[in-house]
Design a protein around this ligand. Structure first.
Ligand SMILES: *[C@@H]1O[C@H](CO)[C@@H](O)[C@H](O)[C@H]1NC(C)=O
Ligand SMILES: *[C@@H]1O[C@H](CO)[C@@H](O)[C@H](O)[C@H]1NC(C)=O
Ligand SMILES: *[C@@H]1O[C@H](CO)[C@@H](O)[C@H](O)[C@H]1NC(C)=O
Ligand SMILES: *[C@@H]1O[C@H](CO)[C@@H](O)[C@H](O)[C@H]1NC(C)=O
Ligand SMILES: *[C@@H]1O[C@H](CO)[C@@H](O)[C@H](O)[C@H]1NC(C)=O
Ligand SMILES: *[C@@H]1O[C@H](CO)[C@@H](O)[C@H](O)[C@H]1NC(C)=O
Length: 799
């Protein structure tokens, strides 16, 4: 008897061990899905979606819905769209999803606790099905929906899933951690869709811009209902008038999801049929540090394309918790000081701290703002900026929160610190930085006690037997997994491509660009690398299309370069809107610049001194961003007037990154380049003498361009010596001689200034410009200022 029982069990084990193929189309009352059986998965009719137990840590699982088409090979790589128990993962043993005959759907942990339930009931019969749209629906025999996952989203909204007054998207905690995070996308009390940072201590709305009225942000607060949805073509519409189209609008076979990511940005992702990688086809905010709460109190968020996002403490403050930046920074100085004469201010360039102003100092000088701030014990410092109406404003801060340094922000911050501290420490930002968003390990160990089951010999044997079989299976699964993860690693390289779209530009087809430029008919420029044509995109944007000479560059290399340039985001750098890499065609699509290049403008004498000064400042800002936003990561290597373009307001944008060098910080010691880059007349001596190349080569070229702008003389041609002599002299020597040989300090600038200005200029400013330019063109690269220092020197007189 015992033997028969035993053999039957063995038999059934052998039959049921190869679980993997037993997926379900639907679950009916009285049945269950078990965490221990990887095959216990509910799939949608065309298997686009699956629902089952998804690993969120060691021995920790959540019941989830994920995209299962195309197959994601390893479960951890599948894209999850919904979770039942994101904050209460269940154990990897004996946990089950049970559909009771009474109609209640429950999730049990280790066979003991109910961690989640729909609390529905219906007699006589119920069924659970996952439909092709990714909606898990519990319905009764009459087809009435009792519960559906679309009504309780986590961080993702799928096409045709409505967002209503009862639903909110809440981000995950961090990359790889699916627990409830701090960012929310929801209909606010005034019926407007907003993004909210809802942190442990405070909360604040950061999108749409809070200083705008809803109507200014294009939203309407007066609705009859709250409803938003994205359709299957990629058209998002909302009752508050927010609407946008996916960049790939129109195709309904593309998979899409609108997700609020753990970094606080709301992104629409798209995935073409059969592709593994998701592409961002729309996003709510384009500046990575704009979301609130990324770094805690007293810290600054910075973003660089190569380093990602980083937090760093404001001067005078130190990190509270190295492992979690949301704790922010705490004072490093003695906070018990009270007397106003004990404090001074430290200047923080181009920084912004949002909110927590206790008043506004309207039309006050820097000195007056300082005095006011010193008088208030609670004043941590103040934001000081020009408000555009001819008046400076100060915003005294009770707290330093939401700090960041936007690339095109013109305000400064003055931090109040004790004099004793400042004299002790050098004025530099604390170097502590931790990269946010680095991948966390997938590990949590759940501590749940188990009730030891009653064992008998047979079961024990069976268990051993199963373990042995399981062991074999695990070994083979492990081998397969090894192979697959190799493949996955290779694929990750390709995934970089998705970053492309993150900055809002896209890949275009050759035909599209051929149409836009009317078959490349209107040439507007020509350079070593290719010809530039004017064109108009189908959406009406005017563009400059650069058609590179037929490829001696492979597609991967080209894409890598495009990727770098596409991530640049600064008002003084040319913006790339798209690109095309098709067969042998390589094209780049830029915004069209009304006034062409600085070279043309100088030739036609259309620039007065104010424009020249602003151009000098703008270029310096653009280059400073390239060099220092992320600690010297891009060298332009070809700064010259032909590569500085001017928009309709004569705002300069540095362009042509064809020769630029992306510095890999890990290879910084090996600063050798295969060939000389640049244009004669603008090239730093390092190139010629084969010395190490640093960002100072751009500083040198920039200095030459400034001398050219001031003097109107072309550095590529020698300057004829009129006063008694033959031969030529280069621009730098000429300017230096004029300076040193001048009879009085007042006259030398007059002698070198472009005659076409006819004496209309601000002498002080021009002197500064020339002085800075001469510093920039010093032989010794270490003696040249950095681009940031140049910006500071040019900004100073405007105060
Ligand atoms: C499932 O796939 C078939 C064949 O590709 C298609 O005709 C059908 O419309 C799909 N069903 C759904 C619900 O998308
Ligand atoms: C996710 O973050 C939460 C909150 O910090 C933490 O309690 C939980 O253990 C984390 N989960 C994982 C898988 O790391
Ligand atoms: C998007 O959907 C809205 C509402 O249905 C509609 O009014 C609008 O025309 C659609 N946009 C496009 C481009 O189809
Ligand atoms: C730092 O943060 C981690 C994660 O939130 C926490 O476990 C740890 O206790 C914190 N350490 C201190 C010193 O606060
Ligand atoms: C700003 O203050 C100065 C000096 O107090 C005053 O002359 C000027 O008119 C003020 N400007 C405005 C716009 O209030
Ligand atoms: C997380 O990963 C790091 C580096 O891979 C490793 O040193 C560490 O032990 C891991 N932590 C846990 C809890 O597994």
């Amino acid at each position: 008897m015992d033997f028969l029982y035993f053999s039957l069990l063995v038999l059934s084990l052998i039959v049921f061990l190869p679980f993997s193929s037993s997926t379900y189309q639907k679950l009916s009352g009285g049945s269950s899905l078990s965490v221990e059986n990887p095959g216990d998965v509910l799939i949608s009719p065309n298997s686009t979606f699956s629902a089952g137990f998804y690993p969120v840590g060691n021995y920790a699982y959540a019941f989830a819905i994920w995209f299962s088409k195309p197959s994601c090979l390893v479960l951890q790589h599948c894209t999850v769209v919904w979770m039942a128990n994101r904050d209460h993962p269940v154990n990897g043993q004996r946990s089950k999803l049970l559909l009771l005959r009474t109609g209640n759907l429950i999730l049990t942990d280790a066979g003991q606790f109910n961690v989640w339930a729909t609390d529905t009931s219906s007699l006589p019969s119920v069924q659970l099905q996952l439909n092709e749209y990714g909606n898990l629906v519990l319905s009764n025999s009459e087809g009435i929906t009792l519960w559906q996952s679309f009504d309780s989203p986590t961080d993702t909204l799928l096409p045709l899933q409505p967002l209503t007054r009862h639903t909110t998207l809440v981000s995950a905690r961090r990359n790889g951690n699916y627990s409830t995070g701090f960012y929310k996308f929801f209909f606010d009390d005034d019926n407007v869709l907003r993004l909210l940072f809802d942190g442990p201590e405070i909360s604040s709305v950061y999108w749409p811009n809070v200083w705008l009225l809803s109507s200014q942000a294009g939203r309407s607060a007066y609705n009859s209902r709250r409803n938003a949805m994205i359709d299957s073509f990629g058209n998002f519409t909302s009752s508050d008038d927010l609407s946008f189209l996916s960049a790939d609008y129109g195709a309904n076979w593309i998979q899409r999801r609108l997700t609020i990511d753990y970094d606080g940005n709301l992104r629409l992702y798209s995935r073409e049929e059969g592709k593994q990688t998701w592409v961002v086809s729309w996003q709510a905010i384009s500046q990575p540090c704009r979301a609130h709460g990324l770094c805690g109190e007293n810290s600054l968020c910075r973003y660089g394309p190569s380093t990602g996002r980083k937090c760093s403490c404001v001067q005078g403050y130190k990190t509270k918790n190295q492992t979690d930046w949301s704790y922010g920074c705490e004072p490093e100085f003695d906070v018990s000081l009270n007397a106003r004469h004990e404090y001074t201010f430290v200047h923080l360039r181009n920084a912004e701290f949002y909110g927590y102003d206790y008043e506004v100092f309207y039309n006050k000088t820097l000195k007056e703002c300082e005095t006011e701030c010193l008088q208030r014990v609670g004043c941590k410092g103040f934001q000081y900026k020009f408000n555009g109406n001819g008046v400076y404003e100060g915003f005294p801060k009770a707290l330093l929160r939401n700090g960041h340094q936007p690339p095109n922000f013109d305000g400064d911050v003055y931090i109040k610190l004790p004099k004793s501290y400042v004299s002790l420490k050098k004025e530099e930002l604390s170097k502590e930085t931790i990269s946010l968003g680095c991948r966390q390990n997938y590990t949590i160990n759940l501590e749940r006690s188990y009730v030891e089951g009653q064992e008998n010999g047979v079961v024990k044997f069976m268990l051993w037997f199963a373990c042995a079989l399981g062991g074999i299976e695990i070994v083979s699964i492990f081998l397969v997994w090894l192979l697959l993860s190799r493949a996955q690693q290779e694929e990750n390289v390709a995934k970089e491509g998705y970053l492309l779209a993150a900055t809002g530009f896209k890949r275009m087809t050759f035909d599209e660009l051929k149409n836009a430029t009317k078959n490349f008919s209107q040439e507007i420029g020509r350079g070593g690398a290719g010809i530039v044509y004017k064109g108009v995109l189908s959406d009406g944007r005017v563009v400059a299309v650069k058609r590179l000479n037929e490829a001696n560059q492979g597609e991967a290399e080209f894409l890598a370069e495009v990727n770098t340039i596409g991530k640049l985001n600064h008002m003084n750098l040319i913006e790339m809107w798209g690109f095309c890499a098709e067969k042998k065609h390589r094209l780049l699509v830029y915004e069209y610049m009304e006034h062409g290049s600085l070279a043309e403008m100088l030739d036609s004498h259309q620039l007065d001194w104010e424009k020249r000064y602003d151009i000098a400042l703008g270029c310096a800002k653009g280059l400073a961003y390239l060099h220092e936003e992320c600690l010297e990561w891009i060298l332009h290597c070809d700064v010259k007037p032909q590569n500085i373009l001017l928009d309709s307001g004569y705002r300069p944008k540095v362009s042509d990154f064809g020769l630029s060098v992306l510095l890999d910080r890990s290879k910084l010691s090996n600063r050798s380049f295969p060939k000389i880059r640049g244009t004669r007349g603008y090239m730093a001596p390092e190139w010629v003498f084969n010395r190490p190349i640093t960002s100072k080569v751009d500083v040198y070229s920039y200095g030459i361009v400034m001398l050219e702008m001031v003097s109107g003389k072309n550095p590529r041609k020698g300057i004829e010596l009129i006063e008694g002599g033959k031969g030529e002299m280069d621009l730098i020597t000429w300017v230096k001689e004029k300076k040193e040989g001048a009879e009085s300090k007042e006259t030398w600038v007059e002698e070198i200034i472009d005659r076409t200005l006819e004496g209309n200029y601000d002498k002080k400013k021009m002197e500064i410009l020339v002085a800075v330019a001469l510093d920039c063109v010093q032989e010794d690269r270490d003696a040249r200022p950095t681009m940031t220092q140049v910006v500071e020197r040019l900004l100073r007189p405007t105060h």
